[in-house]
Write a protein that binds this ligand. Structure first.
Ligand SMILES: CC(C)(COP(=O)(O)OP(=O)(O)OC[C@H]1O[C@@H](n2cnc3c(N)ncnc32)[C@H](O)[C@@H]1OP(=O)(O)O)[C@@H](O)C(=O)NCCC(=O)NCCS
Length: 328
């Protein structure tokens, strides 16, 4: 047993200025505000400007989280960035963010677990703290999904947006606080359900681009069914393992994938929707950024108090799925 726990000491988020509304999309593909709102709950999403990227958005979110934690950037001992839209294949987005924050020498790396990425990164950061290796770890989820979305494909382009969220995980000696439970999962037998092909298996060629395979591909229907079941299971497991009642949970902060998926899981669990923190209508699905983006909004709303229990749940490409329970 570690003498240390890993608490959330501060949160931050940042989104691009530009809004892409459902009406804007209906001028680009055969869709409508009514269809998108009913099927997903999304009203608009943010789109990065040409001079913005996963590192610039992540740096802005990180600065706010560092300020909220009341520390200096020089106190950060590790940077972990969850993203499927890294700044480049290499160097890692974390290296760019470390340089922008003016903390050269601090270890930095990216984690690729698609929409479960932020939970994977948070648990990894917490483990560095619990191992006694770090006091302050910067965990960021940052995405510019607009760079991998095909805006001619109505099945996918309505779903995704850009944004970033960050937390400072900090060493504490209070065993009741911080990350109290987590579970991480992956099943690579389902790689084709959601994917972005360019890489060593499929280097970028003219053929690949001619077939629009430089863009993200998803099988929405298959994801939908898997998602409802996994959200329900992950929340239920978190409550049971932590010996909580559902009433003791302040907020479930789910990956913001689809309002109907979230509603249906909450309904099956007989938990009121007021216990799910949702901001999908404003930002759409921002993959690894979606949980920290929602967490920061919840945190800054003043509704979260010391001692409150938060449950994070996510699933995504891989397939991957994960949960985490934090006592504030
Ligand atoms: C994508 C999603 C919103 C589609 O909703 P759905 O209720 O499953 O809708 P379906 O895929 O069954 O499509 C129903 C019809 O609407 C059409 N349709 C699809 N996108 C549309 C759009 N943007 N506008 C209007 N019609 C659309 C389909 O072509 C289909 O038409 P058809 O019946 O004539 O074939 C939903 O499945 C979903 O959210 N899936 C998970 C998303 C995901 O994978 N996210 C990433 C993982 S983290």
């Amino acid at each position: 047993m570690s003498p240390f726990s890993a608490i959330i000491a501060g949160t931050g988020s940042h989104v691009p200025e530009r809004r892409l509304t459902n009406d804007d999309l209906s001028k680009m593909v055969d869709t409508s505000d009514e269809w998108i709102t009913q099927r997903t709950g999304i009203k608009e999403r943010r789109i990065a400007a040409v001079d913005e990227s996963s590192a610039t958005l992540g740096t802005a979110a990180a600065r706010k989280a560092i300020e909220a934690a009341g520390i200096d950037a020089s106190d950060i001992e590790l940077i972990i960035v969850a993203t499927i839209t890294p700044e480049m294949v290499f160097p890692s987005t974390g290296c760019f963010i470390g340089a922008a924050l003016g903390i050269p020498g601090v270890p930095a790396f990216d984690m690729s677990a698609a929409c479960s990425g932020f939970i994977y990164a948070m648990v990894t950061g917490a483990n560095f703290i619990r191992a006694g290796q770090c006091k302050n770890v910067l965990v960021i989820g940052s995405e510019t999904l607009s760079r991998i979305v095909n805006y001619r494909d109505r099945n996918t382009c309505i779903l995704f947006g850009d944004g970033s969220g960050a937390v400072v995980m900090q060493r504490s000696t209070d065993p009741k606080r911080g990350l109290i439970y987590s579970s991480l999962h992956a099943d690579g037998n389902a790689v084709d359900v959601m994917k972005l092909m360019p890489g060593s298996r499929y280097p970028i060629t003219q053929d690949l681009v001619a077939n629009d395979q430089q863009y993200m591909q998803i099988k929405g229907r298959e994801v939908y069914k898997f998602a409802v079941n996994s959200f329900e299971r992950l929340i239920d497991e978190a409550v049971t393992k932590c010996e909580l009642t559902k009433e003791q949970v302040k907020f479930v902060i789910p990956h913001q994938v689809n309002m109907r998926i979230i509603e249906s899981a909450m309904e099956r669990l007989e938990m009121p929707m007021s216990k799910a923190f949702v901001n999908i209508h404003k930002y759409g699905n921002t993959s690894a950024a979606s949980i920290p983006l929602a967490l920061d909004e919840a945190w800054r709303s003043g509704e979260i108090k010391s001692g409150d229990v938060l449950i994070f749940v996510a699933f995504g490409g891989g397939l991957t799925w994960a949960n985490a329970v934090v006592r504030v």
